[in-house]
Design a protein around this ligand. Structure first.
Ligand code: GLN
Length: 453
């Protein structure tokens, strides 16, 4: 098949599956033009490593000249003035960008219900959420609307929707992939990561997008291994699992059984599988939500009605323009987080919340580091339940926050983690399993997960 045929195939799929609402923008003509160019390159034998790979990108990644909305009304009609490094690196290797994918507004959410562009439907069961915030990106891969997607993961947004949709989601170590051109949610947590059908594809995409970047000083200078050619695992792994993570009441029995069965199987295969007690587990979510809302309130202060997107028609003076533009432009969840973040950063509460959360962050890092002296990997469920019904949890935001319990750990401490499909529950909904490794040990993590899958 030619690249052009591939693009036409995906364009046809996107339009026949448009009820899923996975894409918010499709670059039909542009994708077809680049496919023709790449077909020419292929015929002369000088095409890039991703030639013919048709990719969708989450609506938080800049792509020069294309709209970038973060699924928010405040950025309506805004066009990106430059291209994100991760996206540019895909283009440089001749990947074809087919469109922009729906997500929770400013990547805040776990169900895609916070998008101002409408919910995304899980292709396994259209009455259920795809997870979030990279819901459109996960569904696009699940439903065969593109080959792979690029999402962002601040507290699970690549791994959790991947688990709900039965695909692979990889969150690299903090600083492995440049954040240049990624709309900031919580800068010390944000990571760009691929969503794919297989571990092999995730490895290949990571090796293309990772590595030093003059535009992002938080990116590591470490060289990038050839992840995709190191995907074999032999030998025994030392695996830890957090004891409470399997015993807690709030975990669905099917998820517990699924994780337990995998751990038992690994034991039978001779791997060293041990429970650990993580004394700081109960502090993970509060730490995550205090620090991310604090960072978000600061990052989102740039949307003031002056520099980007929406400006209120009804403003009378400068102050009312700020207020009205922000009130009209931001959705409820984003407003809530800005308020929370402003509160934890306010002079009277700064030490009680922000400083304390930073200290706990350090303690979690130290405790986890101690565990990893004895283990190669941590294995856990990705989520406490399988995909829930659309609307089911909208009345209970705390329940939604609690569902991030397994994924936020990796972001709080900057470790890499991956979610891979691991069967399904009794009603046939996908179940994922999470593997977390030491910082910058993606190579090992990918080799091991390719052995698992
Ligand atoms: N669900 C988490 C949140 O709402 C994670 C989001 C993300 O990783 N972007 O913050």
């Amino acid at each position: 098949v030619t690249c052009l045929q591939l693009v036409d195939h995906y364009l046809e799929r996107i339009s026949s599956q448009s009820h899923l609402n996975a894409f918010v923008d499709v670059y039909s003509e542009e994708a077809r033009e680049s496919a023709k160019l790449i077909d020419q390159k292929l015929s002369t034998g000088n095409a890039g490593r991703l030639a013919g790979l048709v990719v969708g990108i989450k609506d938080v990644l800049s792509h020069k000249g294309h709209e970038l909305q973060s699924a928010s009304q405040i950025l309506k009609s805004y066009k990106a003035p430059y291209t994100a490094t991760a996206v540019q690196r895909l283009l440089d290797e001749d990947a074809i960008i087919i469109g922009r994918q729906n997500c929770d507004e400013f990547a805040m959410g776990s169900s895609n219900e916070n998008s101002s562009l409408g919910p995304v439907l899980n292709a396994a069961d259209n009455s259920r959420v795809p997870g979030g915030s990279s819901g459109g990106s996960a569904v696009a891969v699940q439903a065969g609307l593109c080959h792979a997607s690029l999402g962002s993961d601040t507290g699970g947004s690549v791994r959790q929707p991947a688990a709900f949709c039965g695909v692979v989601g990889l969150k690299p170590s903090y600083g492995r992939v440049s954040r240049w051109g990624l709309v900031a949610y919580a800068s010390s947590f944000d990571c760009v990561g691929p969503i794919t059908k297989s571990v092999e594809d995730a490895a290949l995409l990571l090796e293309v997008i990772a590595g030093a970047d003059q535009f992002d000083s938080t990116v590591s200078q470490k060289s990038v291994p050839s992840y995709s050619s190191a995907l074999s695992w032999n030998g025994k792994a030392r695996i830890g699992y957090i004891k409470e993570s399997l015993e807690s009441e709030s975990i669905a029995p099917s998820i517990r059984r699924n994780t337990q069965e995998l751990l038992d199987k690994l034991k039978r295969e001779g791997h060293d599988v041990q429970p650990v007690e993580m004394s700081l587990l109960q502090y993970l979510l509060p730490t995550y939500y205090i620090l991310t809302t604090a960072e978000a309130s600061s990052n989102l202060s740039r949307f003031d009605g002056v520099r980007y997107g929406h400006r209120s028609e009804d403003s009378r003076d400068l102050e009312s323009m700020y207020k009205l533009s922000r009130t009209e432009g931001f959705g409820d969840e984003v407003r809530k987080r800005i308020l929370l973040g402003t509160f934890v950063l306010s002079a009277n509460y700064y030490d009680a919340y922000y400083t304390k959360a930073q200290r706990v962050r350090r303690l979690v890092q130290e405790e986890t580091q101690r565990f990893f002296e004895q283990f190669d990997f941590f294995i856990s469920p990705v989520t406490p339940t399988t995909a829930f019904k659309i609307g089911e949890k909208s009345e209970d935001p705390i329940q939604v926050y609690l569902a991030d319990i397994f994924t936020v750990h990796a972001n709080v401490i900057g470790y890499p983690a991956i979610s891979i499909p691991n069967g399904s529950d009794e009603s046939g909904l996908p179940v994922g399993i999470q593997v977390m490794a030491r910082p910058f040990e993606e190579e090992k993590m990918l080799a091991f997960t390719s052995y698992l899958s």
